[in-house]
Design a protein around this ligand. Structure first.
Ligand code: FMN
Length: 213
């Protein structure tokens, strides 16, 4: 399936075929494709918890407004955004830049200062935004890649973040931008047509917003 078709055919699927496993190899492929998402300074501030065990899915469903798809889907991914990825990944990322010729060694300190300045302290709002926006790109890549691999998905932010953190032992500093249910649409399900998408002219501004008069 080409990427345009995958984008057009991806839908948030409410009804999943139950009792269907996704082979480990396919899940691995899905996560490796998702991991090719771009990120700020290539810092990749995402992590993912794979929830497949039926008893764990039951718990997750309780944290997620009792949404049945959490229990029905083959696997539910808890997408995590890690504000500490700057400290955790910067050095490795810069090593690879040096090795591959993206950056001269003498620029290392300049980049380090720039990145720390841009994203603030570990607890800052900039840091949370940095983590959440990049993890969302990972998530979108995942949903498109899933479609290309013949899988269906459903993103969710209808959940209690504290409940998910508590039940799945997720460190407090992490942000959970969304859960994504992954599986196969239940056979016999007819999806409603795609709902409203705004016309291009509603959200596209040419060159700038109109100057206020
Ligand atoms: C971040 C995010 C969170 C969402 N949370 C929920 C949710 O908790 N429950 C739900 O039924 N749908 C949820 N949705 C699905 C949207 O309602 C859906 O994407 C939208 O209606 C467009 O439909 P489509 O994905 O089929 O194009 C969420 C979507 C996104 C992107």
């Amino acid at each position: 399936m080409d990427v345009i078709q995958a984008i057009k055919e991806r839908r948030s699927v409410n009804f999943f075929e139950t009792g269907q496993e996704i082979p480990d190899e396919k899940l691995k492929q899905l996560l490796e494709l998702s991991n090719l998402a771009p990120s700020s300074f290539n810092l990749q501030p995402w992590e993912v918890v794979l929830v497949r065990d039926p008893s764990k899915k039951k718990i997750l469903r309780k944290c997620a407004l009792n949404q049945a798809k959490v229990e029905d889907a083959s696997v539910v991914l808890i997408i995590l955004a890690n504000p500490k990825a700057v400290e955790q990944n910067l050095s490795r990322v810069m090593n690879s830049w040096e090795e591959l010729g993206y950056m001269k060694p003498e620029m290392r300190q300049t980049y380090t200062d720039m990145i720390r300045n841009l994203y603030g302290s570990e607890e800052s709002v900039q840091r949370k935004l940095f983590a959440a926006k990049n993890a969302a790109l990972f998530a979108m890549n995942l949903m498109t890649a899933a479609k290309g691999l013949g899988l269906d998905t459903h993103p969710m932010d209808g959940f209690d973040e504290e409940c998910v953190k508590r039940e799945f032992h997720i460190p407090q500093e992490m942000i959970i931008p969304m859960l994504i249910a992954v599986g196969h649409v239940r056979s016999g399900t007819t999806l409603l047509p795609r709902a409203l998408r705004r016309d291009l002219k509603e959200f596209m501004k040419l060159e700038s917003y109109e100057k206020p008069s």
